[in-house]
Design a protein around this ligand. Structure first.
Ligand code: SAM
Length: 268
């Protein structure tokens, strides 16, 4: 599968999920809240004149940030046009912000154009794991942040769902382009990115589901169901577990979430 075909599939899955995302995305909502709190504690409003959000979804991170940085010029983006529509609707009903001051547009976060100007802050919640090449994408995004500016995001770390996979004997799926970042690898890469400095924190969060069917249904309902396999390994093993009557026990979905704070240390 090409990177372009992968993105089409990812966008289509999130498009389909846009209407019911909020009802199922408990983990995403919680992490967005934590990230928003972290950003607002770390970065003063006076320092942020222009900000970019990547992969806004329905707006779990967007809403608190737009409220807090109310004088900031925001560019709010997502690969999925229907997620963007949903985010626009949420902004209209839940903030007093003039939508005219906000730009919402479809954008692949991996192809942000540095020639279009720099940002004081680039942020993103639980989107990077869908990128096809996180290193090139981050290097490109770093060129879009002004000296002294920030790149703050969360993503899923390696080991996410290891417990579920072990419990049900699910082989490591051919995830294709989807990447769960490995902390050590990320730290090694970051050490080569001077003058950028950064901090990485891992949070382990367990989300309990009533059974396998509920777990799978949640992933599908939030659009997190694109894989490289024609019949995803995870789904087929889980289906046999379901048919074999193993769906009577709770599933503890084990997420490992990375909170990453990067600052452009170049002289201002
Ligand atoms: C798990 S959702 C998170 C949405 C939102 N940030 C939240 O906190 O609920 C992932 C989002 O990333 C978007 N996405 C996936 N790949 C992307 C890409 N390459 N560029 C921009 N957005 C992307 C999806 O359309 C989806 O809205």
């Amino acid at each position: 599968m090409t990177a372009a075909a992968w993105k089409e599939r990812v966008a289509a899955a999130f498009d389909r999920a846009s209407g019911e995302y909020d009802r199922h995305a408990r983990l995403q909502k919680r992490v967005a809240g934590d990230l928003a709190e972290h950003i607002t504690q770390q970065v003063d409003t006076t320092q942020v004149k222009h900000a970019l959000e990547i992969g806004c979804g329905t707006g779990f991170l967007t809403l608190p940030l737009v409220r807090h940085y109310s004088h900031t010029r925001w560019t709010i983006t997502d690969l999925s046009p229907r997620m963007l529509d949903e985010c626009r609707r949420q902004l209209q009903s839940h903030t007093t912000s003039e939508l005219a001051q906000l730009t919402l547009k479809p954008l692949d976060g991996e192809s942000v154009d540095p020639a279009r100007g720099t940002y004081d802050l680039i942020c993103s919640n639980l989107t990077l794991q869908w990128f096809t090449d996180w290193q090139s994408a981050l290097e490109r995004l770093m060129t879009c942040v002004r000296p002294g500016g920030w790149l703050m995001f969360t993503t899923l770390a390696a080991g996410t769902f290891a417990g579920v996979n072990r419990k049900f004997g699910i082989p490591e799926p051919a995830r294709g382009f989807q990447t769960y970042l490995e902390e050590q690898e990320f730290a090694r890469w970051l050490a080569t990115r001077s003058p950028w400095q950064g901090r990485v924190r891992v949070e382990e969060i367990t989300e309990v589901h009533t059974g396998l069917a509920d777990f799978l249904h949640t992933l599908k309902s939030i659009g997190a169901c694109t894989t490289m396999d024609p019949v995803p390994a995870k789904t087929s093993v889980m289906r046999s577990a379901l048919l074999g009557g193993k769906d009577d026990q709770p599933v503890e979905a084990d997420y490992r979430v990375l909170f990453i704070t990067l600052q452009n240390g170049a002289a201002t």
